[in-house]
Structures are given as structure tokens and as C-alpha cells.
Design a protein around this ligand. Structure first.
Ligand code: HEC
Ligand code: HEC
Ligand code: HEC
Ligand code: HEC
Ligand code: HEC
Ligand code: HEC
Ligand code: HEC
Length: 278
């Protein structure tokens, strides 16, 4: 078993706080949240109506109803439904975006779907791809990214507490297991110039920044608390920890990230922060 309840007897407060994070909610059984009662008409003619945990797809006079199993994404940015049909997994064509509270095309899906009604339902994922989706969005078979995703199952730990903490200086590699590492995607001095979409992968930019490369112990958790409810991290004190002097030509006003870690939208309706500090 790998669930926060295994840790709760001794780490109750942490378990309670972590349950409210986007990590813990990165995958949930689909219950219609954000979709229920809504209808989307695509320009191509397909229509999607959501009721409870079903979607009714209508196209060229033909219609069929499908049961949705999973909601991927906490909803901080977006939620993509995933269906199971005849033993095959389908990533739904329609995604809910927080920006504008709108339903729209799932990233990576073709503007014009194939000829069958199921083509309008979404993309059949290979077994390998789906295992990868669940791999990053679950913990030991249970939905969401929780304690054991980062700490291991700590089987021995309960008898003799203490082992298994993450060395802070190694934690970037841990985060990069899911947030992607430069090796797996791009190894470049300026990855965002090569591919603007790479800013989706925070470790790629972060590890390309001089701040990371020329210092020790600067990691994701310097700014992000991995256990607390999502909040905009308080970055300025972290920067000031290493850049204390009021050195020109930088104006050094309060919001360091606003100028040195700019946010942008490399995919429609999704927003990411460029983690190559510069
Ligand atoms: C029987 C009680 C107990 C259970 C169950 C338990 N822990 Fe702990 N854990 C402790 C104690 C006691 C400490 C040491 C004091 C502290 O750091 O809070 C500790 C410390 C830790 C540390 C820090 C280790 C270090 O080197 O500083 C981590 C990480 C941790 N626990 C994770 C977990 C996870 C994950 C689970 C569930 C899989 C878990 N624990 C279950 C009692 C427990
Ligand atoms: C097991 C995979 C996994 C690991 C390991 C992981 N993450 Fe995540 N992380 C995710 C997923 C999936 C999401 C998307 C959550 C959602 O749907 O909004 C996410 C989202 C986030 C967010 C955005 C939350 C928000 O409120 O917008 C931050 C920040 C983050 N992770 C930081 C980290 C840090 C720091 C580490 C390392 C200590 C880490 N993650 C390790 C999978 C992981
Ligand atoms: C290598 C790990 C990994 C795999 C594989 C993966 N995800 Fe994610 N997913 C993440 C992380 C990390 C985030 C948060 C940062 C981001 O958006 O890239 C995320 C975010 C999301 C979001 C929220 C939108 C957003 O951008 O924050 C959705 C929806 C989602 N994933 C669905 C899926 C689906 C469906 C699959 C399989 C087709 C999948 N993911 C495969 C790691 C992964
Ligand atoms: C996204 C990855 C991630 C998740 C999920 C996560 N942790 Fe941690 N945890 C870390 C990292 C990284 C550190 C080291 C942080 C540091 O040194 O500041 C840590 C440190 C700890 C510590 C010891 C240091 C401290 O801050 O007291 C404990 C205890 C702990 N985690 C317990 C848990 C429990 C219990 C859960 C589930 C409710 C959990 N963690 C979920 C990444 C995670
Ligand atoms: C752990 C220490 C550390 C932290 C924290 C840190 N930096 Fe740096 N930063 C450095 C070092 C070391 C360099 C390289 C200086 C050099 O090359 O001489 C650097 C370089 C820079 C540069 C020049 C980059 C370039 O490519 O030439 C800027 C701009 C910068 N930092 C801004 C920031 C901002 C803004 C923050 C907070 C978001 C921050 N730093 C956090 C250590 C740090
Ligand atoms: C209004 C935008 C803005 C804000 C806010 C800002 N900076 Fe800068 N910063 C710049 C610009 C522009 C440069 C580059 C100047 C040049 O190279 O000509 C720079 C350069 C730097 C450099 C590299 C040169 C040097 O002075 O060593 C560092 C380090 C730096 N900033 C740190 C910070 C920190 C820390 C904060 C927050 C306390 C901050 N900056 C806030 C715009 C800003
Ligand atoms: C210097 C501080 C700092 C460090 C270090 C840092 N982040 Fe961030 N991160 C931010 C800021 C600021 C935001 C924007 C938050 C907001 O707008 O609410 C952010 C946002 C995010 C998001 C949400 C999506 C986005 O791009 O806006 C994810 C996921 C994320 N960071 C992951 C990571 C990971 C993984 C690491 C380590 C590789 C990391 N961060 C290191 C400051 C930092």
C-alpha cells in the first residue's frame, strides 16, 4: 500500500496540509466537476454534452454516450478527462481550462478529428503512454502525487524512524522525475530559445540558469514548499539571500521574479513561468 494514511498516524498535520495541494489532486475519479451540465459545439460540427460522469457525443446526426473514468489535472490550470473503453484508454478531446472557465481542445489533439464518432471522443493512447500518465499522476496505484511519490514507501521507517529523507541538494532530480529533466528533453544553455514550450518543464530552465549552476543547495524547494497548499512562492527573500548588494544596473525593486522569471503562455490557455533566472 502507498497512501498518506500510512504516514498519518505520526505525520498527521503534514498529511492534512498535503491533501490540499495540486499534487494530491493531480488525478481524481471523474465526477463531472467543471463539465457537468455544459455543452460544447466544435466548428467541425461535433457536439459534446456532459451529464454526471457521462459525455454525449453527437456528430453528423449520429450520437453515442461514453462513461468518463478519470480527471487528470487538479484544475489549477486545466482538467483533461480520460475514458476506458473496451480495455483501451482514451484521452478526451475536450479539456476544461481555468483561464476563462472554458472548454477547449486538449493540447496535442488534431483540429480535425478522424471519420468515426470515437475519433471525436479523443485519442486512443498506447498502453505505454497511459502507464506513463498514471505513473506521474498517481502514487503506488492511488490517485494523486502524495508522500510516497517523493519519499518512497518508508517500509522500514515505521519501525525505526529517521531514514529516507531527501537530501535537499538532490531534490531537483526528484522533482525532475515528473517535471522533466534537461537530459530527457533539451540540454541547452538557453532551452527557451530553442523551444518556447520547454518552459513548461521548470527543471529544464532552472538547471540552465547561472544561479543554479554557480551555487550550492539552490533547489526547487528553496521557493516551493512541497507539503503546503499551493501559493505563489515568496521569491524575493530567496534571491536576496544570494544577491544582497544593491548593485546597479539592476533596479532591485521588490518583485524579482516579475523581471527575472517571466511568465508566458507557450500553449493556448496554459501559463508557465520561465525558470531560467536571468
Ligand atoms: C510510527 C510513526 C511514523 C510513521 C507511521 C511514519 N513516520 Fe516518518 N517519522 C517519524 C518520526 C518520529 C520522525 C522523526 C521526527 C520528525 O522528523 O518528525 C520521522 C521522520 C520522517 C522524515 C524525515 C527523516 C529525516 O531524516 O529527517 C520523513 C521524510 C518521513 N518521516 C516520512 C514519512 C513517510 C513518507 C511516512 C509514510 C510512508 C512516514 N514517515 C511514516 C515517525 C513516523
Ligand atoms: C510523481 C510526480 C511528481 C513529482 C515527483 C513532483 N511533481 Fe510537482 N507536479 C506533478 C503533477 C502531476 C503536477 C500537476 C498538478 C495539477 O494537476 O495541477 C505537479 C504540479 C506542481 C506544481 C504546480 C502546483 C500549482 O499550484 O500550480 C509545483 C509548484 C510543483 N509541482 C513542484 C514540485 C516540486 C518542487 C517537486 C519536487 C520536490 C515536485 N513538484 C515533484 C507531479 C510531480
Ligand atoms: C513525466 C511525467 C508526466 C506524464 C507522463 C504525464 N504528466 Fe501530466 N503533468 C505532469 C506535470 C509535472 C504536470 C504539471 C506541470 C505541467 O503542466 O507540465 C502535469 C500537468 C497535467 C495536467 C494539468 C494541466 C497543466 O498543464 O498543469 C493535465 C490535465 C495532465 N497533466 C494530464 C496528463 C495526461 C492525460 C497524461 C498522459 C497522456 C499526462 N498528463 C502525462 C507530469 C506528467
Ligand atoms: C513533491 C514531493 C514531496 C511530497 C509529495 C512529500 N514530500 Fe516530504 N519532503 C520533500 C522534500 C524535497 C523534503 C526535503 C525538504 C527540505 O529539506 O526542506 C521533504 C521533507 C519531509 C520531512 C522532513 C523534513 C521536514 O520538513 O520536517 C518530512 C517529515 C516529510 N517530508 C514528510 C512527508 C509526508 C508525511 C508527506 C505526505 C503527506 C510528504 N512528505 C510529501 C518532498 C515531498
Ligand atoms: C543560491 C544562491 C542564488 C540564489 C538563491 C539566486 N541566485 Fe542569482 N546568481 C547566483 C550566482 C552564483 C550567479 C552567477 C554570478 C556570476 O556568474 O558571477 C547568479 C546570477 C544571476 C543573474 C545573472 C544571470 C546571467 O545569466 O548572467 C541574475 C539576473 C540573477 N542571478 C538573479 C537572481 C534572481 C532574480 C534570483 C531569485 C529569483 C536569484 N538570482 C537567486 C546565485 C543565486
Ligand atoms: C524592473 C525589473 C527588475 C526587477 C524588479 C529586478 N531586476 Fe534585476 N535586473 C534587471 C535588469 C534589466 C538587469 C540587467 C541589467 C543589465 O544587464 O544591463 C538586471 C540585472 C540583475 C542582476 C545581474 C547584474 C547584477 O546587478 O549583478 C542580478 C543579480 C539581479 N538583477 C538581481 C535582482 C534581484 C535579487 C531582484 C529582486 C530584489 C531584482 N533583480 C529585481 C531588472 C530587474
Ligand atoms: C527562485 C524561486 C523558484 C525556484 C527555485 C523554483 N520555482 Fe517554480 N515557480 C516560482 C514562481 C515565482 C512561480 C510562479 C508562481 C505563480 O505565478 O503563482 C513558479 C511556478 C512553478 C510551477 C507552476 C507552473 C508555472 O510554471 O508557473 C511549477 C510546476 C514549478 N514552479 C515547478 C518548479 C520546479 C520543479 C522547480 C525546480 C526545478 C522550481 N519550480 C523552482 C519560483 C521558483
Amino acid at each position: 500500500m502507498a497512501a498518506p494514511r500510512d504516514c498519518a498516524p505520526c505525520h498527521a498535520e503534514r498529511v492534512r496540509a498535503q491533501a490540499a495541494t495540486a499534487h494530491a489532486q493531480a488525478l481524481r475519479p471523474y465526477a463531472g466537476e467543471h463539465f457537468n451540465g455544459r455543452t460544447l459545439r466544435e466548428q467541425g460540427g461535433a457536439e459534446y454534452s456532459y451529464r454526471g460522469n457521462q459525455v454525449l457525443v453527437t456528430r453528423a446526426g449520429e450520437s453515442a454516450e461514453f462513461l468518463i473514468r478519470w480527471a487528470f489535472g487538479s484544475g489549477v490550470q486545466a482538467v483533461t478527462p480520460v475514458l476506458e473503453r473496451g480495455g483501451r484508454w482514451i484521452e478526451h478531446r475536450v479539456t476544461w481550462y481555468r483561464e476563462g472557465n472554458r472548454l477547449g481542445l486538449t493540447p496535442g489533439h488534431a483540429i480535425t478529428p478522424g471519420p468515426e464518432i470515437v475519433d471525436s471522443l479523443g485519442i486512443v493512447q498506447t498502453e505505454r503512454n497511459v502507464q506513463r500518465c498514471f505513473g506521474c499522476h498517481t502514487t503506488g496505484g492511488e490517485p494523486g502525487v502524495t508522500c510516497q511519490s517523493c519519499h518512497g514507501d518508508g517500509a522500514g521507517h515505521r519501525k525505526a524512524p529517521a531514514p529516507g529523507n531527501i537530501r535537499r541538494d538532490r531534490s531537483v532530480a526528484l522533482c525532475a522525475q515528473c517535471h522533466r529533466s534537461p537530459d530527457a528533453v533539451y540540454a541547452s544553455a538557453a532551452p527557451e530559445m530553442e523551444d518556447p514550450r520547454s518552459i513548461r518543464f521548470a527543471p529544464v530552465g532552472f538547471q540552465a540558469s547561472r544561479c543554479f549552476q554557480k551555487s550550492n543547495g539552490f533547489t526547487c524547494v528553496s521557493c516551493h514548499d512541497p507539503h503546503a497548499e499551493n501559493a505563489t512562492p515568496s521569491v524575493t527573500p530567496v534571491c536576496r539571500g544570494c544577491h544582497a548588494e544593491a548593485n546597479s544596473p539592476c533596479p532591485r525593486t521588490q518583485d524579482c521574479a516579475g523581471c527575472h522569471m517571466k511568465a508566458s503562455s507557450p500553449a493556448p490557455r496554459l501559463r508557465f513561468t520561465d525558470h531560467r533566472i536571468r
